[in-house]
Design a protein around this ligand. Sequence first.
Ligand code: SF4
Length: 238
Amino acid sequence: MNKSDIKNFVQILKDTYPDATCSLDFQTPFQMVVAVMLSAQCTDERVNKTTPSLFARCKTIQDFADIDLTELESIIHPCGFYKNKAKNIKLCAKQVLENFNGEVPQTMDELLTLAGVGRKSANVILLEAFGIANGIAVDTHAKRISNRLGLSSQNDPEKIEQDLLKIFPKEHLKDINHLFVWHGRKTCDSRKPRCEECSVRNYCKYIKRDRVLNCVIWDRVFFCAKRDLVPYLVIIHQ
Ligand code: SF4
């Protein structure tokens, strides 16, 4: 995609999903950290049903550090992987209190020192809690969409992020973070992408590949047809 394609691509997605924002509920930066941890392998909807009782029980970071592990596990049980998540939440709270004077740090390097916070989570925390968009959180949706659109052929989220950062200028990073998640949830489904109604299908390598259904070689002429069976490619073999 050239510069103007990128601008159009982002604008089309913005027009398609004008309400695209983070769907996790939180009030404070540490609540954001907790919500992101709980959202691993869990829907945001389920996290949002769980956090009100958790945040009512733990009002401060100290409360998260002090809460009995078993009690914390039972509150966050619906979010899955509750044992690991509870352990990380408690340890993370202690680390924020001891290493960062009780303030959630605002840099990638510092966030990565916290228990249970990886690069993807750190990007979400920076963006949602502090409005800092320096990277792109490559979750399952961003990974799938990047591959299908042909923006990255990598599998590793970090390498995909590096590819995306070469394509999208800084001013688009905030939007891209939200738009890829929404596009993945609403249109570019993992099993059944709704390509026919996709607003960015003209930019998509997946649909171009998928549309080639019939190819025949006749004499030295190579014909391909799209889904609607209209020939679109003719190559003369030498
Ligand atoms: S055209 Fe299909 S595969 Fe490509 S981005 Fe749209 S929904 Fe996904």
